[in-house]
Design a protein around this ligand. Sequence first.
Ligand code: COI
Length: 358
Amino acid sequence: MKFNIRLNKTENSKLSEVDFDNIPFGKVFSDHMFVAEYKDGEWKDMRIEPFGYFEVHPACLALHYGQAIFEGMKASADAEGNAYFLRPEKHIERLNNSARRLCMPEFPEEAFLQAVHGLVDLDKEWIPKAKGSALYIRPYMFADGEFLGVRPSDSYKFIIFTGPVGPYYPKPVSLFAETKYIRAAEGGIGEAKASGNYSASLLPAREAIEKGYDQILWLDAKEFRYIQEVGTMNIFFVIDGKVITPVAGGTILKGITRDTVIKLLRSKGYEVEERPVTIDEVAEAHKNGTLQECFGTGTAAVVAHVHLIAYNGEDMTLPAMETRKIGKFVKDTIDGLRDGTVEDTEGWIVPVKALETA
Ligand code: COI
């Protein structure tokens, strides 16, 4: 089914103002955005329009009770300038899972794909060419109903905007295993890509940064033993040749890059265990010399090597970067899939198409 998406192009492109040799993460925004409104039980008024401010009512429900969810995806280009997505359908699938958990309306998959293709095609000149760079795409939905009682809103906005980005973590990161604060408990909203999950990480992350670390490593909410994820990405360990990642059992984000990495490794014959993994197991492996690698995965971070984990007053320094075969393989493969230098044998790469309307 084709949806009617109106197009209103900007007359003031900002493209010529961008310094593509020096792009920080998340500060540069492309010319257009997609907007849709949910009212009277349906999504309507879908349009691509110039990127810019919009008004919200002071009683906007998302600002008070947190009905807000988002996605992070990327588009990249090959040497000829053809633009691609990696597994775009996975993002609308996850957005709709998040929507169900937060009592928000689902967004039609077809409309999402039409919108994201049309938007990225329109702004494809904004895709940066440098290695490790991409056009970051931020779809999000929030309750814009005007009401002070605690109940699901009856109106919502769904927006997609984009912006060129460089690497989220240009250098390997250090993690502080958090034993005071928690991210999510069983039965909570930990699996949803809900804004509130990220606000919960801000104070602990700030305290970790004040102690000299880059990010927090979340442990479980009951015992502070089982590793969950990092504040900004999922986590993998390589212990004695085996790749281990915490099971996505409801309290952690079901990362799409996490899934891509698991599939890539299994297709190359690596053993990957998705299972509960304790911080003590990691500390023990560090002690006996079998902790070979640790890396985080996420759309923004792609694959970020971890060089140190702090736990229980001890700084565990991990093996040197030159020895990181598995993390390097997955990072190079994902970068290569994105820039067309690695063959896509899984059907993950989707060429960007121009806007189709009804
Ligand atoms: C992403 O990886 O795209 C996210 O949404 C996480 C955020 C830290 C940028």
